[in-house]
Design a protein around this ligand. Structure first.
Ligand SMILES: [Zn+2]
Length: 208
């Protein structure tokens, strides 16, 4: 398993390319912009792109999707609670515009995707948005805007909820074992550090 990080777009969102090097396949997590640069990085891996995963539906995590679909005919996964599946209005502005049936896939709690020999486990972790998820693969967590180094994602956008965030962080804290955490912004961290030092995670553990 190999992971490459590209900070993309004006908010320097962490886009990750996850490769199973033996099987020569890869997935892109959160292409938040700069699709051409991401596509070039995917080509360089020598791995075939299997699918695109979104940790949540904020534009700084999905803006590169359309550009990538120009290069790759692959499915795009998101939790349905973070997609525009009808209606209009303020909260919809902070959601992912659903794709055509051919490309749109939904995922949520308990789903498992395979990537070569890798198993990607989907955890529903609301708090930053309705449909935020974390993806756990081997000893790695792609945390989106749920868990950051020493912090957590904002909960003041539509769909954000502080109590849900704390409970989601507590849930991550209770995963058994050690994990490297790849967040949606800023530097990676490890779960053990966050269990000890992260004030939000610690607060969450007092609730749940
Ligand atoms: Zn976000």
């Amino acid at each position: 398993m190999k992971i490459q990080t590209l900070a993309v777009g004006e908010l320097m969102t962490n886009c990750y390319i996850l490769c199973d090097e033996q099987a020569k396949v890869c997935a892109v997590v959160d292409p938040g912009g700069e699709a051409e640069r991401i596509a070039a990085a995917v080509e360089k891996t020598g791995c075939a792109l299997q699918y695109i995963l979104l940790t949540h539906g904020h534009y700084d995590h999905f803006t590169g999707v359309a550009g990538l679909l120009q290069h790759y005919d692959v499915p795009v996964y998101i939790h349905p609670d973070d997609a525009q599946t009808g209606g209009a209005g303020n909260p919809w502005a902070l959601k992912f515009p659903a794709l055509d049936e051919k490309h749109q896939r939904w995922y949520g709690e308990g789903d498992v995707l395979t990537l070569g020999s890798l198993m990607l486990h989907v955890l529903s972790t609301p708090g930053h948005s309705w449909g935020s998820v974390c993806i756990v693969v081997e000893n790695v967590i792609f945390a989106g805007d749920t868990l950051f180094f020493g912090s957590c994602g904002r909960t003041d956008f539509p769909g954000g909820d502080y109590k849900s965030m704390l409970l989601s962080l507590a849930r991550l804290a209770r995963l058994e074992g050690s994990y490297t955490v790849y967040p949606g912004h800023d530097r990676p961290t490890d779960l053990e550090r966050e269990r000890r030092m992260n004030p939000y995670m610690r607060q969450g553990l007092t609730l749940a």
